[in-house]
Write a new protein. Structure first.
Length: 299
């Protein structure tokens, strides 16, 4: 009788190494007034993270300004959402003069007295908003209930008045045109329509997209009678930055969108367009080769 011995499985435990902050690995000389101001300012959590990221990229490298893209900020704050939210937070921080620009570079405004520390309307608590909504809903319900009983009576009265008015020959007189040289006193000159400002801010363009490519895309939208807004432009740029996923640059994504005559940039559309173009090129190549063989004839 033989005894079979099975191998003993050894359990190896890997101890996780603790990550400890140490000034030997680098440090930033930040003024205490700046730390106190960033702690006391009334902004959202993501905006706090953006300020810390800007401090890391500027003061952390002993300079006040630096060209920082939205992708770099998203990587520093570990944000995997839509980049348009980063652009919106940057605009809000610039409007409150917490962040300032120097050309295309960005940095912290060290003049703390210029900061707007007031709490914005969008940061009010949800409880107060819900209370206001419930109060208005109650008022609307009460008014609707009170007026619902009088609606049929008012409709009948209005119909009677309309029938009296239209059956009266006094109101069936055709209007006379005023004589030449006289104008109707009631007619007022038409006010000129104000054109909406469609200026797009190009200061936060990423390095991989030139200003010329962005302007050509803006002109393309104007030619299609669909001018861009600032948010629509930022969404288009964020979608074009996904171009390397299908093997093209962001500028090529904008160019292919314009060549296709599309209003917006969509990576799925571009991928299907490139596949069809490649299949069409292969078919032309094979058909050209067969035609060349047929042209040889009986030689």
């Amino acid at each position: 009788m033989s005894i079979v011995s099975f191998p003993v499985v050894s359990t190896v435990t890997h101890e996780s190494q603790d990550k400890i902050a140490d000034i030997k690995n680098g440090f930033a000389m930040v003024a205490l007034e700046l730390l106190e101001a960033t702690s006391a300012v009334k902004i959202s959590g993501r905006q706090h993270n953006i300020i810390n990221a800007v401090i890391r990229k500027t003061i952390g490298f002993k300079r006040q300004f630096d060209r920082i893209t939205a992708n770099q900020i998203a990587q520093l704050i570990d944000y995997d959402g839509d980049l348009s939210h980063i652009y919106a937070d940057l605009r809000a921080l610039k409007a409150r003069k917490i962040l300032i620009n120097e050309g295309k570079a960005i940095g912290i405004n060290l003049n703390l007295s210029e900061w707007d520390n007031k709490k914005s309307v969008g940061e009010t608590s949800r409880k107060t908003l819900n209370k206001q909504k419930t109060a208005t809903n109650k008022k609307v319900a009460e008014t609707c209930y009170k007026t619902s009983e009088k609606v049929p009576q008012k409709l009948a009265e209005n119909r009677q008045q309309q029938n009296i008015k239209y059956n009266n020959p006094k109101y069936n007189i055709t209007p006379l045109n005023p004589p030449k040289g006289q104008t109707n006193k009631k007619s007022k000159p038409a006010k000129p329509k104000r054109e909406k400002s469609t200026t797009i801010d190009l200061s936060n363009l990423p390095d991989c997209i030139s200003e010329e490519a962005a302007k050509s895309f803006i002109e393309h939208r104007k030619a299609m009678k669909a001018p861009l807004t600032q948010r629509a432009f930022e969404l288009a740029i964020a979608e074009a930055l996904k171009g390397p996923e299908i093997g093209i640059t962001p500028e090529q994504a904008l160019d292919e969108t314009m060549l296709a005559g599309w209003k917006g940039v969509k990576i799925g559309w571009l991928q299907r367009r490139l596949c069809t173009l490649q299949r069409g090129g292969q078919q032309q190549a094979t058909s050209g080769q067969s035609n060349w063989i047929d042209d040889l004839g009986d030689f």
